[in-house]
Write a protein that binds this ligand. Structure first.
Ligand code: NAD
Length: 510
Protein backbone atom coordinates (compact mmCIF):
# COMPACT_ATOMS: atom_id res chain seq x y z
CA UNK A 1 0.00 0.00 0.00
CA UNK A 2 1.29 3.48 -0.91
CA UNK A 3 1.97 5.99 1.87
CA UNK A 4 -0.66 8.41 0.55
CA UNK A 5 -3.24 5.59 0.59
CA UNK A 6 -2.89 4.72 4.24
CA UNK A 7 -2.74 8.40 5.21
CA UNK A 8 -5.97 8.93 3.30
CA UNK A 9 -7.64 5.96 5.00
CA UNK A 10 -6.79 7.53 8.36
CA UNK A 11 -8.32 10.85 7.37
CA UNK A 12 -4.92 12.50 6.75
CA UNK A 13 -5.89 13.19 3.19
CA UNK A 14 -2.99 14.90 1.47
CA UNK A 15 0.67 13.96 1.25
CA UNK A 16 1.48 17.08 3.24
CA UNK A 17 -1.36 17.59 5.71
CA UNK A 18 -0.04 21.09 6.43
CA UNK A 19 -1.94 22.46 9.36
CA UNK A 20 -3.24 19.57 11.36
CA UNK A 21 -3.84 20.50 14.95
CA UNK A 22 -5.64 17.40 16.13
CA UNK A 23 -8.29 19.67 17.62
CA UNK A 24 -9.59 20.98 14.33
CA UNK A 25 -11.61 23.84 15.75
CA UNK A 26 -8.41 25.49 17.00
CA UNK A 27 -6.61 27.87 14.67
CA UNK A 28 -3.84 30.41 14.85
CA UNK A 29 -0.53 28.60 15.34
CA UNK A 30 2.37 29.78 13.25
CA UNK A 31 5.03 27.23 14.13
CA UNK A 32 4.95 23.70 12.80
CA UNK A 33 6.79 20.39 13.17
CA UNK A 34 7.84 18.56 10.01
CA UNK A 35 7.50 14.80 10.32
CA UNK A 36 10.06 12.98 8.17
CA UNK A 37 10.02 9.20 7.89
CA UNK A 38 13.24 7.52 9.05
CA UNK A 39 12.43 4.80 6.49
CA UNK A 40 13.20 6.90 3.41
CA UNK A 41 13.70 10.45 4.73
CA UNK A 42 10.52 11.69 3.00
CA UNK A 43 8.39 14.44 4.52
CA UNK A 44 5.12 12.78 5.61
CA UNK A 45 3.40 15.94 6.78
CA UNK A 46 3.55 18.83 9.17
CA UNK A 47 1.67 19.55 12.32
CA UNK A 48 1.10 22.95 13.92
CA UNK A 49 2.62 23.55 17.33
CA UNK A 50 0.05 24.30 20.03
CA UNK A 51 0.29 27.87 21.27
CA UNK A 52 -0.26 28.94 24.88
CA UNK A 53 -3.66 30.43 23.90
CA UNK A 54 -4.71 27.21 22.19
CA UNK A 55 -3.56 25.24 25.22
CA UNK A 56 -5.87 27.36 27.39
CA UNK A 57 -8.78 26.55 25.03
CA UNK A 58 -7.94 22.85 25.15
CA UNK A 59 -7.89 22.83 28.96
CA UNK A 60 -11.19 24.74 29.10
CA UNK A 61 -12.74 22.13 26.80
CA UNK A 62 -11.31 19.27 28.82
CA UNK A 63 -12.68 20.80 32.04
CA UNK A 64 -16.16 21.15 30.52
CA UNK A 65 -16.05 17.61 29.18
CA UNK A 66 -15.03 16.23 32.57
CA UNK A 67 -18.28 17.50 34.12
CA UNK A 68 -20.25 15.39 31.62
CA UNK A 69 -17.94 12.37 31.46
CA UNK A 70 -17.57 11.83 35.22
CA UNK A 71 -21.34 11.54 35.58
CA UNK A 72 -21.62 8.75 33.04
CA UNK A 73 -21.63 5.40 34.91
CA UNK A 74 -18.28 3.63 34.54
CA UNK A 75 -19.72 0.70 32.48
CA UNK A 76 -21.19 3.27 30.05
CA UNK A 77 -17.74 4.84 29.72
CA UNK A 78 -16.48 1.32 29.12
CA UNK A 79 -18.95 1.03 26.25
CA UNK A 80 -17.33 4.06 24.56
CA UNK A 81 -13.91 2.46 24.94
CA UNK A 82 -15.35 -0.79 23.53
CA UNK A 83 -16.50 1.11 20.46
CA UNK A 84 -13.03 2.60 20.10
CA UNK A 85 -11.62 -0.94 20.14
CA UNK A 86 -13.98 -1.79 17.25
CA UNK A 87 -12.81 1.25 15.26
CA UNK A 88 -9.20 0.25 15.87
CA UNK A 89 -9.92 -3.26 14.58
CA UNK A 90 -11.26 -1.64 11.42
CA UNK A 91 -8.23 0.65 11.02
CA UNK A 92 -5.52 -1.73 12.27
CA UNK A 93 -3.88 -2.02 8.87
CA UNK A 94 -3.47 1.68 7.94
CA UNK A 95 -2.67 2.76 11.51
CA UNK A 96 -0.07 -0.01 11.86
CA UNK A 97 1.47 1.15 8.57
CA UNK A 98 1.62 4.74 9.74
CA UNK A 99 3.30 3.66 13.00
CA UNK A 100 5.83 1.66 11.01
CA UNK A 101 6.49 4.43 8.48
CA UNK A 102 6.64 7.37 10.89
CA UNK A 103 8.57 5.60 13.67
CA UNK A 104 10.57 3.07 11.63
CA UNK A 105 9.61 -0.17 13.40
CA UNK A 106 8.74 -3.31 11.42
CA UNK A 107 5.25 -3.59 10.01
CA UNK A 108 4.66 -6.63 12.26
CA UNK A 109 5.48 -4.43 15.26
CA UNK A 110 3.39 -1.55 13.87
CA UNK A 111 0.36 -3.82 13.66
CA UNK A 112 1.37 -5.27 17.04
CA UNK A 113 1.12 -1.81 18.59
CA UNK A 114 -2.39 -1.35 17.27
CA UNK A 115 -3.25 -4.85 18.56
CA UNK A 116 -1.97 -3.73 21.96
CA UNK A 117 -4.38 -0.78 21.76
CA UNK A 118 -7.23 -3.15 20.97
CA UNK A 119 -6.22 -5.43 23.86
CA UNK A 120 -6.13 -2.53 26.31
CA UNK A 121 -9.59 -1.42 25.12
CA UNK A 122 -10.90 -4.92 25.91
CA UNK A 123 -9.16 -4.87 29.28
CA UNK A 124 -10.56 -1.42 30.09
CA UNK A 125 -14.11 -2.50 29.19
CA UNK A 126 -13.95 -5.31 31.76
CA UNK A 127 -12.28 -2.99 34.25
CA UNK A 128 -15.13 -0.51 33.94
CA UNK A 129 -17.24 -2.93 36.01
CA UNK A 130 -14.48 -3.65 38.52
CA UNK A 131 -13.30 -0.35 39.98
CA UNK A 132 -13.64 -1.85 43.44
CA UNK A 133 -13.13 -0.24 46.82
CA UNK A 134 -12.81 -2.16 50.08
CA UNK A 135 -15.20 -2.11 53.00
CA UNK A 136 -13.72 -2.09 56.48
CA UNK A 137 -15.13 -2.95 59.90
CA UNK A 138 -15.63 0.20 61.92
CA UNK A 139 -14.46 0.18 65.54
CA UNK A 140 -17.55 2.22 66.44
CA UNK A 141 -20.98 0.56 66.90
CA UNK A 142 -23.65 1.49 64.36
CA UNK A 143 -21.07 2.70 61.86
CA UNK A 144 -20.17 1.55 58.41
CA UNK A 145 -16.85 2.34 56.77
CA UNK A 146 -15.82 1.81 53.19
CA UNK A 147 -13.73 3.36 50.46
CA UNK A 148 -14.61 4.40 46.95
CA UNK A 149 -12.64 5.64 43.99
CA UNK A 150 -13.39 8.85 42.09
CA UNK A 151 -11.82 10.20 38.91
CA UNK A 152 -9.01 12.75 39.19
CA UNK A 153 -10.07 15.15 36.42
CA UNK A 154 -7.60 15.96 33.66
CA UNK A 155 -4.85 13.42 33.01
CA UNK A 156 -1.91 14.75 30.99
CA UNK A 157 -0.10 12.14 28.92
CA UNK A 158 3.42 12.77 27.60
CA UNK A 159 4.67 9.97 25.37
CA UNK A 160 7.92 8.84 23.73
CA UNK A 161 8.56 8.26 20.04
CA UNK A 162 9.23 4.53 20.25
CA UNK A 163 5.67 3.46 21.11
CA UNK A 164 3.82 6.27 19.37
CA UNK A 165 0.31 4.87 19.86
CA UNK A 166 0.28 1.96 22.34
CA UNK A 167 1.61 3.80 25.39
CA UNK A 168 -0.96 6.56 25.01
CA UNK A 169 -3.75 3.97 24.83
CA UNK A 170 -2.48 2.19 27.97
CA UNK A 171 -2.99 5.47 29.78
CA UNK A 172 -5.99 6.91 28.01
CA UNK A 173 -8.26 3.83 27.92
CA UNK A 174 -7.75 3.17 31.62
CA UNK A 175 -8.11 6.86 32.51
CA UNK A 176 -11.33 7.12 30.50
CA UNK A 177 -13.09 4.22 32.21
CA UNK A 178 -11.95 5.74 35.51
CA UNK A 179 -13.87 8.89 34.51
CA UNK A 180 -10.93 11.14 33.66
CA UNK A 181 -10.47 13.18 30.50
CA UNK A 182 -7.10 13.14 28.74
CA UNK A 183 -4.78 15.69 27.16
CA UNK A 184 -2.00 14.02 25.14
CA UNK A 185 1.30 15.51 24.11
CA UNK A 186 2.89 12.94 21.85
CA UNK A 187 6.55 12.87 20.88
CA UNK A 188 7.47 15.64 18.46
CA UNK A 189 9.15 12.86 16.44
CA UNK A 190 5.88 11.01 15.72
CA UNK A 191 3.12 13.65 15.69
CA UNK A 192 1.02 12.17 12.88
CA UNK A 193 0.43 8.93 14.78
CA UNK A 194 -1.21 10.92 17.57
CA UNK A 195 -3.38 12.89 15.16
CA UNK A 196 -4.57 9.66 13.52
CA UNK A 197 -5.50 8.13 16.91
CA UNK A 198 -7.30 11.31 17.90
CA UNK A 199 -9.32 11.35 14.67
CA UNK A 200 -10.43 7.78 15.23
CA UNK A 201 -11.49 8.44 18.82
CA UNK A 202 -13.33 11.63 17.84
CA UNK A 203 -15.46 9.51 15.45
CA UNK A 204 -16.66 7.51 18.47
CA UNK A 205 -17.32 10.62 20.58
CA UNK A 206 -19.28 12.23 17.74
CA UNK A 207 -21.36 9.10 17.13
CA UNK A 208 -22.32 9.08 20.82
CA UNK A 209 -22.90 12.83 21.04
CA UNK A 210 -20.21 13.26 23.69
CA UNK A 211 -17.97 16.34 24.12
CA UNK A 212 -14.72 16.34 22.14
CA UNK A 213 -12.78 17.49 25.21
CA UNK A 214 -12.83 13.93 26.59
CA UNK A 215 -9.79 13.36 24.39
CA UNK A 216 -7.49 16.25 23.50
CA UNK A 217 -4.09 16.47 21.93
CA UNK A 218 -1.48 19.20 22.00
CA UNK A 219 1.52 19.23 19.69
CA UNK A 220 5.10 20.29 20.20
CA UNK A 221 8.32 19.58 22.06
CA UNK A 222 9.20 19.82 25.76
CA UNK A 223 8.02 23.44 25.91
CA UNK A 224 4.45 22.36 25.17
CA UNK A 225 4.89 19.48 27.64
CA UNK A 226 5.80 22.07 30.27
CA UNK A 227 2.40 23.74 29.90
CA UNK A 228 0.98 20.60 31.50
CA UNK A 229 3.68 19.80 34.02
CA UNK A 230 3.33 23.31 35.54
CA UNK A 231 -0.47 23.39 35.37
CA UNK A 232 -2.35 22.69 38.62
CA UNK A 233 -5.47 21.91 36.55
CA UNK A 234 -3.73 18.76 35.28
CA UNK A 235 -4.19 16.38 38.20
CA UNK A 236 -1.91 13.61 36.97
CA UNK A 237 0.96 13.79 34.48
CA UNK A 238 1.84 10.38 33.10
CA UNK A 239 5.16 10.74 31.31
CA UNK A 240 7.00 8.11 29.28
CA UNK A 241 10.49 8.82 28.02
CA UNK A 242 14.09 9.18 29.08
CA UNK A 243 15.29 9.32 32.68
CA UNK A 244 16.62 12.80 31.91
CA UNK A 245 13.09 13.94 31.04
CA UNK A 246 11.56 12.10 34.04
CA UNK A 247 13.83 13.87 36.51
CA UNK A 248 12.64 17.26 35.22
CA UNK A 249 8.97 16.32 34.91
CA UNK A 250 8.90 14.57 38.32
CA UNK A 251 10.40 17.63 40.01
CA UNK A 252 8.15 20.14 38.23
CA UNK A 253 4.96 18.24 39.04
CA UNK A 254 6.08 17.59 42.64
CA UNK A 255 6.74 21.32 43.16
CA UNK A 256 3.01 21.94 42.74
CA UNK A 257 2.18 18.75 44.69
CA UNK A 258 0.60 17.20 41.63
CA UNK A 259 0.76 13.52 40.84
CA UNK A 260 3.13 12.01 38.32
CA UNK A 261 3.45 8.53 36.87
CA UNK A 262 6.91 8.03 35.36
CA UNK A 263 7.90 5.35 32.85
CA UNK A 264 11.55 5.94 32.02
CA UNK A 265 14.69 4.35 30.63
CA UNK A 266 15.83 0.76 31.08
CA UNK A 267 19.15 -1.10 30.97
CA UNK A 268 17.87 -4.62 30.73
CA UNK A 269 19.83 -7.83 31.06
CA UNK A 270 19.41 -11.56 30.50
CA UNK A 271 21.32 -13.99 32.70
CA UNK A 272 22.29 -17.09 30.73
CA UNK A 273 22.96 -20.05 33.02
CA UNK A 274 24.62 -23.42 32.26
CA UNK A 275 21.25 -25.23 32.09
CA UNK A 276 19.71 -22.74 29.64
CA UNK A 277 18.09 -23.99 26.45
CA UNK A 278 20.27 -22.36 23.78
CA UNK A 279 17.46 -22.12 21.22
CA UNK A 280 15.37 -20.07 23.65
CA UNK A 281 18.43 -18.01 24.58
CA UNK A 282 19.15 -17.09 20.97
CA UNK A 283 15.60 -16.10 20.05
CA UNK A 284 15.11 -14.15 23.30
CA UNK A 285 18.46 -12.39 23.15
CA UNK A 286 18.52 -11.52 19.44
CA UNK A 287 14.89 -10.32 19.27
CA UNK A 288 15.45 -8.45 22.55
CA UNK A 289 18.62 -6.74 21.33
CA UNK A 290 17.82 -5.87 17.70
CA UNK A 291 13.99 -5.71 17.64
CA UNK A 292 12.77 -2.13 16.99
CA UNK A 293 16.48 -1.46 16.20
CA UNK A 294 17.25 -1.50 19.93
CA UNK A 295 14.76 1.31 20.60
CA UNK A 296 12.48 -0.35 23.14
CA UNK A 297 12.60 0.61 26.79
CA UNK A 298 12.79 -3.17 27.38
CA UNK A 299 15.52 -3.81 24.77
CA UNK A 300 18.13 -6.33 25.92
CA UNK A 301 21.31 -4.32 26.42
CA UNK A 302 23.39 -6.72 28.50
CA UNK A 303 23.89 -10.51 28.41
CA UNK A 304 25.34 -11.94 31.63
CA UNK A 305 26.71 -15.30 30.54
CA UNK A 306 28.07 -18.15 32.68
CA UNK A 307 31.80 -18.64 32.00
CA UNK A 308 31.25 -22.30 31.03
CA UNK A 309 29.21 -21.39 27.94
CA UNK A 310 30.42 -17.86 27.27
CA UNK A 311 32.38 -18.75 24.13
CA UNK A 312 29.58 -20.93 22.69
CA UNK A 313 26.97 -18.20 23.19
CA UNK A 314 29.30 -15.57 21.73
CA UNK A 315 29.85 -17.71 18.61
CA UNK A 316 26.15 -18.51 18.19
CA UNK A 317 25.24 -14.82 18.52
CA UNK A 318 27.80 -13.78 15.93
CA UNK A 319 26.34 -16.37 13.52
CA UNK A 320 22.78 -15.17 14.21
CA UNK A 321 23.75 -11.52 13.67
CA UNK A 322 25.30 -12.43 10.32
CA UNK A 323 21.83 -13.54 9.16
CA UNK A 324 20.13 -10.24 10.05
CA UNK A 325 18.63 -8.28 7.17
CA UNK A 326 18.60 -4.52 7.70
CA UNK A 327 16.35 -2.31 5.59
CA UNK A 328 12.86 -0.96 4.95
CA UNK A 329 10.79 -2.06 7.97
CA UNK A 330 7.64 -2.27 5.84
CA UNK A 331 9.30 -5.10 3.90
CA UNK A 332 8.53 -8.30 5.89
CA UNK A 333 11.85 -9.85 4.82
CA UNK A 334 13.84 -7.39 6.93
CA UNK A 335 14.60 -7.91 10.63
CA UNK A 336 15.96 -4.46 11.52
CA UNK A 337 14.71 -1.03 10.47
CA UNK A 338 16.22 2.42 10.95
CA UNK A 339 16.89 4.48 14.05
CA UNK A 340 14.45 7.34 14.56
CA UNK A 341 16.71 10.14 13.28
CA UNK A 342 20.28 11.26 12.66
CA UNK A 343 20.63 12.41 16.28
CA UNK A 344 20.04 8.80 17.35
CA UNK A 345 22.72 7.67 14.86
CA UNK A 346 25.15 10.15 16.49
CA UNK A 347 24.38 8.70 19.93
CA UNK A 348 24.98 5.18 18.59
CA UNK A 349 28.36 6.16 17.11
CA UNK A 350 29.33 7.97 20.30
CA UNK A 351 28.55 4.87 22.38
CA UNK A 352 30.67 2.68 20.08
CA UNK A 353 33.62 5.04 20.44
CA UNK A 354 33.18 5.09 24.25
CA UNK A 355 33.22 1.26 24.32
CA UNK A 356 36.43 1.28 22.31
CA UNK A 357 37.99 3.93 24.59
CA UNK A 358 37.14 1.78 27.63
CA UNK A 359 38.93 -1.18 26.02
CA UNK A 360 35.88 -3.11 24.76
CA UNK A 361 36.30 -5.66 21.98
CA UNK A 362 33.64 -5.92 19.27
CA UNK A 363 32.46 -9.44 18.47
CA UNK A 364 30.18 -8.01 15.76
CA UNK A 365 31.22 -4.60 14.43
CA UNK A 366 28.78 -1.71 14.09
CA UNK A 367 28.58 1.07 11.53
CA UNK A 368 26.22 3.28 9.55
CA UNK A 369 24.79 1.84 6.31
CA UNK A 370 24.93 3.81 3.09
CA UNK A 371 23.75 3.33 -0.48
CA UNK A 372 20.44 2.35 -2.10
CA UNK A 373 17.68 1.81 0.44
CA UNK A 374 19.62 3.61 3.17
CA UNK A 375 19.19 7.20 1.91
CA UNK A 376 17.58 8.44 5.15
CA UNK A 377 20.97 8.02 6.85
CA UNK A 378 19.28 6.32 9.84
CA UNK A 379 20.20 2.65 9.24
CA UNK A 380 22.90 1.17 11.48
CA UNK A 381 24.34 -2.30 12.03
CA UNK A 382 23.41 -4.05 15.28
CA UNK A 383 26.66 -4.79 17.10
CA UNK A 384 27.98 -6.81 20.03
CA UNK A 385 30.85 -5.87 22.35
CA UNK A 386 32.64 -7.62 25.20
CA UNK A 387 32.50 -5.18 28.09
CA UNK A 388 32.58 -4.63 31.86
CA UNK A 389 29.45 -3.77 33.80
CA UNK A 390 30.99 -0.84 35.65
CA UNK A 391 31.99 1.11 32.53
CA UNK A 392 30.10 4.40 32.34
CA UNK A 393 28.83 3.62 28.84
CA UNK A 394 27.43 0.23 29.97
CA UNK A 395 25.70 1.89 32.93
CA UNK A 396 24.01 4.30 30.50
CA UNK A 397 21.01 3.49 28.27
CA UNK A 398 22.02 4.03 24.62
CA UNK A 399 18.84 3.84 22.55
CA UNK A 400 20.35 1.75 19.72
CA UNK A 401 21.16 -1.92 18.94
CA UNK A 402 24.38 -2.30 20.94
CA UNK A 403 24.62 -5.47 23.02
CA UNK A 404 27.21 -5.94 25.81
CA UNK A 405 28.53 -9.39 26.78
CA UNK A 406 29.46 -9.86 30.45
CA UNK A 407 30.82 -13.00 32.13
CA UNK A 408 29.92 -14.50 35.53
CA UNK A 409 30.86 -17.51 37.63
CA UNK A 410 28.27 -17.73 40.46
CA UNK A 411 24.52 -16.98 40.39
CA UNK A 412 24.99 -14.44 43.21
CA UNK A 413 27.51 -12.62 41.05
CA UNK A 414 25.17 -12.74 38.04
CA UNK A 415 22.30 -11.21 40.06
CA UNK A 416 24.62 -8.51 41.44
CA UNK A 417 25.67 -7.59 37.88
CA UNK A 418 22.04 -7.59 36.72
CA UNK A 419 21.10 -5.23 39.56
CA UNK A 420 24.28 -3.17 39.30
CA UNK A 421 22.92 -0.39 37.07
CA UNK A 422 20.89 2.74 37.90
CA UNK A 423 17.81 1.57 35.94
CA UNK A 424 15.36 -1.17 36.98
CA UNK A 425 12.90 -1.97 34.21
CA UNK A 426 13.12 -5.49 32.76
CA UNK A 427 15.24 -8.55 33.51
CA UNK A 428 15.36 -12.23 32.63
CA UNK A 429 17.05 -15.49 33.44
CA UNK A 430 17.46 -18.42 31.08
CA UNK A 431 17.57 -21.58 33.16
CA UNK A 432 16.05 -25.01 33.63
CA UNK A 433 17.24 -25.08 37.23
CA UNK A 434 14.35 -24.42 39.61
CA UNK A 435 16.61 -23.18 42.39
CA UNK A 436 18.25 -20.59 40.15
CA UNK A 437 14.91 -19.44 38.75
CA UNK A 438 13.34 -19.01 42.19
CA UNK A 439 16.44 -17.28 43.54
CA UNK A 440 16.27 -14.80 40.65
CA UNK A 441 12.61 -14.08 41.47
CA UNK A 442 13.11 -13.96 45.25
CA UNK A 443 13.47 -10.86 47.40
CA UNK A 444 17.25 -11.20 47.00
CA UNK A 445 16.92 -11.57 43.23
CA UNK A 446 16.16 -9.13 40.42
CA UNK A 447 15.37 -5.58 41.55
CA UNK A 448 13.41 -4.78 38.37
CA UNK A 449 9.70 -4.14 37.79
CA UNK A 450 9.69 -7.04 35.33
CA UNK A 451 11.51 -10.34 35.94
CA UNK A 452 11.08 -13.21 33.47
CA UNK A 453 12.18 -16.84 33.32
CA UNK A 454 12.99 -18.33 29.91
CA UNK A 455 11.54 -15.28 28.13
CA UNK A 456 13.62 -12.31 26.99
CA UNK A 457 13.33 -8.84 28.47
CA UNK A 458 11.16 -7.29 25.77
CA UNK A 459 7.53 -7.78 24.79
CA UNK A 460 5.17 -7.39 27.75
CA UNK A 461 1.47 -8.29 27.84
CA UNK A 462 -1.07 -5.63 28.77
CA UNK A 463 -2.60 -7.73 31.60
CA UNK A 464 0.34 -7.16 33.92
CA UNK A 465 1.34 -3.89 35.58
CA UNK A 466 4.11 -2.40 33.43
CA UNK A 467 6.96 -0.29 34.78
CA UNK A 468 10.21 -0.34 36.65
CA UNK A 469 12.17 0.73 39.71
CA UNK A 470 15.07 3.08 40.48
CA UNK A 471 15.78 5.48 37.60
CA UNK A 472 13.01 3.85 35.57
CA UNK A 473 10.72 5.98 37.70
CA UNK A 474 8.57 3.58 39.77
CA UNK A 475 5.33 4.07 37.81
CA UNK A 476 3.00 1.25 36.77
CA UNK A 477 0.71 1.37 33.75
CA UNK A 478 -1.64 -0.92 31.88
CA UNK A 479 -2.91 -4.07 33.66
CA UNK A 480 -3.37 -5.43 37.19
CA UNK A 481 -4.46 -2.63 39.56
CA UNK A 482 -2.55 0.16 37.76
CA UNK A 483 -5.92 1.92 37.38
CA UNK A 484 -5.61 3.17 40.95
CA UNK A 485 -3.06 5.79 39.80
CA UNK A 486 -5.81 7.44 37.70
CA UNK A 487 -8.31 7.81 40.57
CA UNK A 488 -8.53 9.37 44.00
CA UNK A 489 -9.44 7.24 46.99
CA UNK A 490 -12.11 8.42 49.38
CA UNK A 491 -12.80 6.83 52.76
CA UNK A 492 -16.43 7.12 53.86
CA UNK A 493 -17.80 6.52 57.35
CA UNK A 494 -21.54 6.47 57.91
CA UNK A 495 -23.07 6.67 61.36
CA UNK A 496 -26.48 4.98 61.46
CA UNK A 497 -26.66 4.90 65.29
CA UNK A 498 -28.31 7.45 67.56
CA UNK A 499 -25.11 8.42 69.38
CA UNK A 500 -21.83 10.00 68.37
CA UNK A 501 -19.05 7.71 69.61
CA UNK A 502 -15.61 9.09 68.75
CA UNK A 503 -12.76 7.02 67.36
CA UNK A 504 -10.06 5.90 69.82
CA UNK A 505 -12.70 6.07 72.59
CA UNK A 506 -12.19 9.83 73.07
CA UNK A 507 -14.78 11.37 75.38
CA UNK A 508 -16.32 14.70 74.40
CA UNK A 509 -19.66 15.16 76.18
CA UNK A 510 -21.64 18.34 75.81
P1 NAD B 1 12.42 11.82 25.57
O1 NAD B 1 12.63 11.84 27.04
O2 NAD B 1 13.38 12.57 24.72
O3 NAD B 1 10.95 12.41 25.21
C1 NAD B 1 9.77 11.80 25.70
C2 NAD B 1 8.66 12.81 25.75
O4 NAD B 1 8.92 13.75 26.79
C3 NAD B 1 8.50 13.64 24.47
O5 NAD B 1 7.12 13.80 24.21
C4 NAD B 1 9.15 14.97 24.84
O6 NAD B 1 8.68 16.06 24.10
C5 NAD B 1 8.77 15.08 26.30
N1 NAD B 1 9.64 15.93 27.12
C6 NAD B 1 10.97 15.98 27.13
N2 NAD B 1 11.41 16.85 28.07
C7 NAD B 1 10.31 17.36 28.68
C8 NAD B 1 10.11 18.31 29.72
N3 NAD B 1 11.14 18.91 30.32
N4 NAD B 1 8.84 18.61 30.07
C9 NAD B 1 7.80 18.00 29.48
N5 NAD B 1 7.93 17.10 28.47
C10 NAD B 1 9.17 16.78 28.08
O7 NAD B 1 12.36 10.28 25.14
P2 NAD B 1 12.30 9.63 23.68
O8 NAD B 1 13.62 9.77 23.03
O9 NAD B 1 11.07 10.07 22.96
O10 NAD B 1 12.04 8.08 24.05
C11 NAD B 1 13.05 7.20 24.42
C12 NAD B 1 13.12 7.02 25.92
O11 NAD B 1 11.85 6.64 26.45
C13 NAD B 1 14.05 5.90 26.34
O12 NAD B 1 14.79 6.32 27.47
C14 NAD B 1 13.12 4.76 26.69
O13 NAD B 1 13.67 3.80 27.57
C15 NAD B 1 11.99 5.50 27.30
N6 NAD B 1 10.74 4.72 27.31
C16 NAD B 1 10.32 4.19 28.49
C17 NAD B 1 9.18 3.39 28.54
C18 NAD B 1 8.71 2.77 29.81
O14 NAD B 1 7.56 2.36 29.86
N7 NAD B 1 9.51 2.68 30.86
C19 NAD B 1 8.45 3.18 27.36
C20 NAD B 1 8.88 3.76 26.17
C21 NAD B 1 10.05 4.53 26.17
Amino acid sequence: MQVKDFLKKLGLKTKNPGTWTGQESLTGSVRSIQSHSPVDGELIGSVTVTTREQYEQVIARAQEAFLVWRNLPAPKRGEIVRQYGEVLRQYKDPLGRLVSYEMGKSLQEGWGEVQEMIDICDFAVGLSRQLYGLSMHSERPGHRMYEQWHPLGIVGIISAFNFPVAVWSWNACIAWVCGDVCVWKASEKTPLCSIACQHLFQKVLKANDLPEGISCIINGDYRVGEYMTKDTRVALVSATGSTRMGKIVGKTVAERLGRSLLELGGNNAIIITPSADLKIVLTGAVFGAVGTAGQRCTTTRRLIIHESLYNDVKKALAQAYAQLRIGDPLDPNNHVGPLIDKGAVENYLHAISEVKKAGGKFVVEGGVLEGPGYESGCYVKPCIAEAQNDWAIVQHETFAPILYLLKYSTIEEAIAIQNGVPQGLSSAIMTNNLREAERFLSVAGSDCGIANVNIGTSGAEIGGAFGGEKETGGGRESGSDSWKAYMRRQTNTINYSETVPLAQGIKFDL
